[in-house]
Design a protein around this ligand. Structure first.
Ligand code: URA
Length: 206
């Protein structure tokens, strides 16, 4: 596994805005969306292009177009908060959906729903803003590699040291995050963290 701590002052500023407990869902969604554009730029850095002829108003020249757009896999619910920016930058990407929750006693992932296109030989970008225990991420990563995905990038906003350690064994996996926080607490929340990302997006926030 390769780990990238995304070093960008604007990204760190937006994570601080997301952390503020008085940011209501409407603001939280806006900050998450803007931060997601920065993360999408980082996550797409190594995509391939091919030369393509283009007619400008003045002459014909050679440009480049993306080939093999990655499949986007937002993990419900929180992943939806950063999906739109990735779709804006990758309009030809297919989107796969996976709905997971975690057993609040054991923290093990519970698989509720999936709708996934053929990922064999494809690059996949998983959108999972809070990498906490890594249990959900590991289950999704294993599923996608079983389906023969060639390479996986997991995009998060905040990650715990425990979650990063749990994913360390996977090859062809890159984890991108803005902040590695201190620890998980006894309820598997990331500290200092920002609370429950899904609740912050869609509920009353705390
Ligand atoms: N998921 C969240 O949304 N927040 C956490 O702190 C941990 C998991």
């Amino acid at each position: 596994m390769e780990m990238i701590e995304f070093e960008h002052p604007v990204a760190r500023d937006f994570v601080t805005r997301l952390r503020r407990k008085d940011a209501p869902p409407v603001r939280f969604r806006a900050y998450a969306n803007r931060l997601a554009y920065l993360l999408a730029v980082e996550a797409t850095r190594d995509l391939c292009t091919v030369p393509a002829q283009v007619d400008t108003p003045l002459e014909t020249t050679l440009g480049e177009v993306l080939i093999d757009p990655p499949v986007l896999v937002p993990i419900l619910r929180a992943g939806l908060g950063i999906l739109e920016a990735f779709q804006d930058l990758l309009p030809d990407s297919q989107v796969a959906f996976i709905g997971m929750s975690r057993n609040e006693t054991t923290a093990e992932p519970i698989w509720h729903y999936s709708s996934i296109p053929d990922v064999a030989g494809k690059k996949v970008i998983i959108l999972d803003p809070m990498l906490a225990t890594g249990g959900t991420a590991a289950a999704v990563i294993e599923y996608l590699f079983e389906k023969k995905a060639s390479e996986i990038i997991l995009v998060s906003v905040v990650a715990s040291p425990e979650g990063i350690a749990r994913l360390g064994k996977y090859e062809n996996l890159t984890v991108i995050t803005v902040c590695v926080d201190r620890e998980l607490d006894s309820n598997w929340f990331i500290r200092p963290g920002l609370g429950d990302f899904g609740d912050r997006l869609y509920s009353d926030g705390i």
